[in-house]
Design a protein around this ligand. Structure first.
Ligand SMILES: Cc1ncc(COP(=O)(O)O)c(C=O)c1O
Length: 399
């Protein structure tokens, strides 16, 4: 079981003052342990990595590479398969540019889904413009999951990549990732999973999922912004060319010819996000001390509780499945989500209102925007109660 969220909340200075933060799907608040780790990394421990011959730099390099091992272990991969990026967005762009730009050709097909975040749509459209690949879109089931029966019917030998969200950032629906991998592999396609919303909420093991690429962002896992990770199977990374050139990614440079370092260094040009990587390691320590299964059970209980309460209001539409992973999107009849979010803000409740970087999904739902409450390990019943009070007040204001 999760420790009392009341005591966990005390670990998060950003939540001081009784703020009801329900926007963790956008970005998670940071525990003091992560803040302390980044302060030390930027202060008393600060030095560059991989280059310095002095002791401080050697120590920072050890800590940096230990963090890479920690990330690898956390998601079930190998350390030489973890590439640090600026975020999930950059990780997908890296795959599209490097792998897609060399392994795909005009006429090859990519299967995405209706619920993808723009980060898992636009990089593939840029590739389409460059290379001439075709994009297909897998529909959703009535309760907002990626319809894998439809995917099975759609996939052909021309498909070289399936790229799906592991958990939807709008609907909270969880993909049957193993089945998606089996379907993709049955036609010889690769599977990329966008794990932004899954990594903070579900046990993730890339080896068991049998995917080929996995991406996530540190800031949604209670870590720093400006950092993400790409995991890809070693033999895939090995065959991929660099996409950014500069220091740290080379083997030997002459004006006539440059040879490149092996992965992951090949994909990490320039001085890396040293402080952020140390912060991510602290975030993983923090989350693991609580346990992802406990966080998952805690968020599931909150989702159930909120679902029952919203259903009782009878003028609220909830989008997505009942068993959503920590994320509840809804609409209040006759009230624009932005108006609802503004009134909730006056009540000290922070939710997200908008298209959530998923405009094709909004088109599918037939709404311009939704209100979205998303939970983190620090939320409890008092946040739900505050949200419900705010919704009742909004209803009164709008008559
Ligand atoms: C499912 C999903 N994919 C991708 C992203 C993009 O992440 P980032 O902006 O950290 O690169 C997000 C962030 O909202 C997300 O929720």
């Amino acid at each position: 079981m999760l420790m009392s969220p009341v005591s966990l909340r005390a670990d998060f200075p950003g939540l001081a003052g009784g703020w009801h933060y329900l926007d963790t799907a956008a970005t998670a608040q940071k525990p003091q342990a992560v803040i302390d780790a980044t302060v030390h990394a930027m202060g008393r421990d600060y030095a560059t990595v991989h280059r310095g011959v002095y002791a401080r730099s050697a120590e920072m390099t050890l800590a940096f590479e230990a963090a890479r091992r920690k990330v690898a272990r956390f998601i079930g991969g190998r350390e030489d398969e973890i590439v640090f990026t600026r975020g999930a967005t950059e990780a997908i762009n890296l795959v599209a540019h490097s792998w897609g730009g060399t392994s795909l050709k005009a006429g090859d097909r990519i299967l995405l889904s209706t619920l993808e975040h723009h980060s898992n749509i636009v990089p593939w459209q840029l590739l389409r413009d460059r290379v001439g690949v075709e994009i297909d879109v897998c529909p959703l089931t009535a309760d907002g999951r990626i319809d894998l029966d439809a995917a099975e019917r759609m996939l052909t030998q021309a498909h070289k990549l399936v790229a799906f969200a592991h958990v939807s950032n709008v609907l909270g629906s969880t993909l049957d990732a193993k089945r998606a991998a089996d379907l993709a592999h049955s036609v010889g396609a690769m599977l990329l999973l966008d794990g932004c919303q899954a990594v903070p909420r579900l046990p993730v093991n890339v080896t068991a999922l049998d995917c080929d690429f996995y991406v996530f962002s540190a800031h949604k896992l209670y870590g720093p912004t400006g950092l993400g990770a790409l995991w890809a199977r070693a033999e895939i990374l090995e065959a991929m060319p660099p996409w950014h050139g500069g220091g740290a990614m080379i083997d030997r440079v002459t004006f006539a010819r440059t040879t490149y370092a092996p992965p992951p260094a090949r994909f990490e040009a320039g001085t890396p996000a040293i402080v952020e990587v140390i912060g991510l390691a602290a975030a993983i320590d923090y989350v693991e001390a609580i346990g992802i299964p406990a966080i998952m059970a805690h968020e599931a209980a909150l989702v159930r509780q909120l679902g029952v309460a919203l259903a009782a209001l009878n003028n609220v539409t909830v989008f997505g499945p009942e068993d959503s992973a920590g994320i509840v999107s809804f609409a209040l009849d006759g009230v624009h989500p932005h108006d609802l979010a503004t009134i909730l803000d006056e009540e000290g409740v922070a939710i997200r209102a908008g298209h959530h970087c998923a405009q094709p999904l909004m088109d599918h739902l037939g709404v311009p925007a939704t209100a979205r409450a998303s939970f983190g390990l620090y939320n409890d019943e008092s946040d739900i109660a505050a949200l419900l009070r705010g919704i009742e007040r909004t209803k009164r204001i709008f008559g």
